[in-house]
Design a protein around this ligand. Sequence first.
Ligand SMILES: [Zn+2]
Length: 195
Amino acid sequence: MLVDTGRPANEVRRTFPCTYVWEPQIPTKVKFFMWSLLWDRLLTVDKLQRRGIVFPNRCCLCLVAEETMPHLFLSCRLSMEVWVNLLTVNIAARQALPSWRNTMDMLQNWPVFHSNEVAADIWAILPYAILWTIWQTRNDVIFNGGTWDTNRVIQRIKATVWGWLNMSLKSMELRKKFKFTDVLFGWRYVMTEQG
Ligand SMILES: [Zn+2]
């Protein structure tokens, strides 16, 4: 049994979104992060408050809304800038973006990317790199006095994705057609759909 949910183990296995956590070609630490995220176990400010820790609940990125997981990862004005920028290469994703209620909903409805090139492999791990980088940057802002710079976050996501392609021999082979700078400065050129 993965967590104590008060339900039988077989029911947990059936309902738990294993596919979205354990199958993608992403580092193990990110899989555990995703596990916590999808089980609603990340310690966002709203949860600290529920544990009795008293301080104002304010999103450290936009400084306006309350920090909840759907806000931080999807609907925060600053997170949204990142999604919009990276998803412009896929019309279906760009159109679906405002309708995703939470990260599980997003992963379940993540559109297919039509390509036999490395673009499809990048697309498959892109949401994980975005969520992971938003969380890392949020922690840097809270604990290290860092600042949010949307362009820097976007470049960091591209670098993360490029690095994760190392985890699959097939992706590494497909990646050889491009240079890292192509991803950094030619996102639309690399992320071209076919057919
Ligand atoms: Zn916010």
